[in-house]
Design a protein around this ligand. Structure first.
Ligand code: SAM
Length: 235
C-alpha cells in the first residue's frame, strides 16, 4: 500500500479523514506510523495528497490532508479478456488497476468454463476490494470500470463496434503472424483469450470486427502473465 485510498465516507471535511480498517492496520503494523507522521493518500476518482497524522489510537487515525497533485495518466487501452479461472481473476484485477487500465471487459468464450461465472471474485464487493489494492500499489485514484459479458456473439456484434471505434484493434494470439507492436500512443482495444485459447470461430469474428492477431512469440504465457507483458510491450 503506497497510498491510503480514501472514500467519501472516510472524509470528515474536505481536508480531513478518519481511518479505522485495513488501511489503519497497514499504517500501524507495516509502516509503524506515529503521531505527526506524514503519509500519502488519494481520494477515489480524485487527487493525491500528503496527510499528517493528527490523532492516533489503536482503533483510529485522524488525518489532515494537503491535496496537491493529480493521479498518473491512464493507459489508452480497453482490455477484453475471456474470463479466466477464479484464482487468476483476483490477480488480474489488481494488475490491471496497478498498470493504469480503466476499461476491462471479462467476456465469455467457448473455452471458458461456465462455473467460472459463479466465482465470488466477480461480485461487486470483491471486484472493488481488488481494484483498490491495485490502485493503492500504483498510487492511482481512478477506479477502472469492469464489465461482465456472459455472451460472446452479442458482445462482439452489438457492443464491440462502439467500444473499439477508432482504436487500434489487436487479439493476442500465440500463432499470430505479426509481432506485438511497441510504443503505441493510439487508443487500443486488446482481446486476450481463455486458458484454452480463442477457437477459430471467435478469432474469425474478431478479425471480421477489424482485429489483428499479434503474437508475443512461441512461448505460451498464462493470461495473468500475458496481460502485463502485452501492456508493457504496447505502451
Ligand atoms: N493454448 C492457448 C492458445 O494457443 O491460444 C493458450 C492460451 S493462453 C493460456 C491465454 C491467452 O494469453 C491467449 O489466448 C492469448 O490471448 C494470450 N497469450 C498467451 N501467450 C501468448 C503469446 N505467446 N502470444 C500472444 N498471446 C499470448
Amino acid at each position: 500500500m503506497n497510498i491510503a485510498l480514501l472514500f467519501e465516507e472516510d472524509l470528515t471535511s474536505p481536508c480531513s479523514a478518519t481511518l479505522t480498517d485495513r488501511r489503519l492496520r497497514h499504517l500501524q503494523e507495516v509502516l509503524d506510523i506515529k503521531l505527526g507522521d506524514c503519509i500519502s493518500v488519494g481520494q477515489v476518482n480524485g487527487m493525491l495528497g500528503e496527510a499528517t497524522v493528527t490523532q492516533l489510537t489503536p482503533l483510529s487515525a485522524e488525518l489532515e490532508i494537503n491535496w496537491n497533485r493529480q493521479p498518473p495518466a491512464p493507459l489508452p487501452v480497453t482490455l477484453i479478456i475471456a474470463l479466466p479461472r477464479p484464482k487468476m481473476v483476483k490477480r488480474i484485477i489488481q494488475t490491471i488497476a496497478t498498470m493504469g487500465v480503466k476499461e476491462l471487459y471479462f467476456i465469455n468464450s467457448y473455452k471458458v468454463e461456465k462455473s467460472f461465472w459463479q466465482s465470488p471474485w466477480l461480485t461487486e464487493g470483491k471486484l472493488l476490494e481488488n481494484v483498490v489494492l491495485g490502485l493503492e500499489q500504483a498510487m492511482d485514484t481512478q477506479l477502472p470500470n469492469i464489465h461482465l459479458r456472459k455472451r460472446f456473439k452479442p458482445f462482439v456484434e452489438d457492443e464491440l463496434p462502439d467500444i473499439a471505434n477508432n482504436s487500434l484493434r489487436l487479439i493476442a494470439h500465440p500463432s499470430g503472424s505479426q509481432g506485438c507492436p511497441t510504443q503505441v500512443s493510439q487508443q487500443t482495444t486488446l482481446a486476450i483469450g481463455p486458458e484454452g485459447g480463442f477457437i477459430p470461430y471467435e478469432v474469425d469474428k474478431l478479425i471480421a470486427s477489424g482485429f489483428t492477431p499479434v503474437s508475443l512469440g512461441e512461448r505460451i504465457l498464462r493470461t495473468e502473465t500475458a496481460v502485463p507483458v502485452l501492456l508493457s510491450k504496447l505502451f
